[in-house]
Design a binder for this molecule. Structure first.
Ligand SMILES: Nc1ncnc2c1ncn2[C@@H]1O[C@H](COP(=O)(O)OP(=O)(O)O)[C@@H](O)[C@H]1O
Ligand SMILES: [Mg+2]
Length: 158
């Protein structure tokens, strides 16, 4: 599935649509991978999703803290930015990754490729690319839960 996002508002809106089509988090363990170069809008997308789930106050980029936890009206969400990791074994464990993957909820990961194999398979992967104006986005699913999420997203966009 490919989309054009002409401006920042369109990226935020895609985040909100992802929130509205999110499977039930009370029983699911979802992983959303956000790929793309620096400044493509990964954090903007995560922010749009979190805002749409009722998160108030600042939503910081986890650039320095590496992980930011949120209690949302849909359930627990952890937002990670692995840019500073080098994919070494144990890096993710040091962040407590195993613990929040074990809880029901959603984990959103920027720079998933830096997490190494311990990250596990993403349910949904969103690749964002710079265009002359705006961004191009490619969405793929890797699991049954991701397929359901993407299917619901497609309906929202009609
Ligand atoms: N669709 C878009 N078109 C143009 N600019 C965008 C779009 N989406 C986000 N931006 C801008 O891109 C910049 C970087 O966004 P950010 O979310 O911090 O990127 P990343 O997390 O990928 O490094 C921000 O200034 C944001 O306003
Ligand atoms: Mg970012």
């Amino acid at each position: 599935m490919e989309l054009k996002l002409p401006d920042e508002a369109a990226t935020q809106r895609l985040g909100a649509l992802l929130a509205q089509s999110l499977p039930d988090l009370q029983s699911a363990h979802l992983l959303l991978a956000l790929q793309g170069e620096l400044g493509t809008g990964k954090t903007t997308l995560a922010r749009g999703l979190l805002r749409a789930l009722g998160v108030k106050g600042p939503i910081r980029s986890p650039t320095f803290t590496l992980v930011e936890p949120y209690d949302t009206c849909a359930g627990t969400i952890h937002h990670l930015d692995l840019y500073r990791l080098e994919g070494a074994p144990g890096d993710l464990d040091a962040l407590g990754y195993r613990d929040y993957r074990a809880m029901p909820g959603l984990v959103i990961v920027e720079w998933p490729e830096r997490g190494g194999t311990a990250l596990g398979l993403a349910d949904l992967t969103i690749v964002i690319e710079h265009q002359l104006a705006g961004r191009n986005v490619r969405i793929t699913n890797q699991t049954a839960a991701g397929k359901a999420w993407q299917g619901a997203l497609r309906c929202k966009r009609i």
